[in-house]
Design a binder for this molecule. Sequence first.
Ligand code: F7E
Length: 325
Amino acid sequence: MIKKALITGINGQDGSYLAELLISKGYEVWGVLKRNSVAENQTARIPNDIFKHLKLEYADMTDMSSLIKVLIKIQPDEIYNLAAQSHVRISFDQPIYTANATGMGTLNLLEAVRLTCPNSKIYQAGSSEMFGNNIDKDGYQRETTPMSPVSPYGCAKVFSHNICTNYRNSYGMFISNGILFNHESPRRGTNFVTNKVVKEAVKIKLGLSKNIKLGNLDASRDWGHAKDYVKCMWLILQQDKPDDFVCSTGISHTVKDLVAYVFNELDLDWTQYVLVDKKYMRPEELEFLKGDCLKAKTILGWKHDYTFETMLNEMITYWKKVYEK
Ligand code: F7E
């Protein structure tokens, strides 16, 4: 029988790659879309060849009735909860909206599933932002590392993580938490640091811009490719029992390393073009992330196809194509 999957946040970077993966595996893929005043933006990141296979419905994580309506109609085998206000710095500007969409939204979904289709398997998109500045003695964060978030977004994700574990234990529902470290691609929003740096560096190279303004250059992140990470999400739901898994590369680079690599690939000296602007700093910064994904590798058999360098090279090629036109 054909499996049915429902993706919340299908128009995001991860939603679009996950939809592609599930379609290639023969799933019937449903997505929920949040209404956007520019209709084209609702599906902007979904390539045309994928779009024609999708079944899309309007729903919003803050509106449980809309979720119930969609779940009654679809009765999905697997649900991937990727919807969120996912920008950490913006979560300081819109903390209540972030708590509602990213935190309470998960509880709305869990209740809707419990009432309408309690046997559906649920994947919850957790984040390394949940750890805050906690690091284990060996320098890594892993499933057992305590969580002390340092942003409204991180706090909302911790609520979602905990309520998912609570529903799993209380009601015997199949709910698994992914704990995903930063993951990027050409489809990443250009207000996240990787795609912002690549896009602006390519514009500088082509004479279309003079400089780039950034925030904290010393923060260090564990950056992987979104295409690799959606494979991990799928594997998590193919297990016999629900569990929690870190998904990371185990390598950390500073923002400065990222900038230096991208500008160097374009034969530019980054120190000539990068300005620091307080506007892009966070009131409280998460300084260092490096994830240990041994559990995912061992139990799920998950592995990466991309490195930090091949991922950034793909992004550089993408933006060159856009601007060289
Ligand atoms: O920042 C620094 C910034 O916004 C990375 C989301 O997917 O990953 C993402 O959250 C670092 C931070 O990602 C700029 O201060 C410097 O230290 O690309 P980002 P993020 O905040 O780590 C986690 C795992 C998620 O779950 C989130 O949803 O880069 N940084 N200058 C800057 N960041 C931005 N955005 N813009 C700058 O100009």
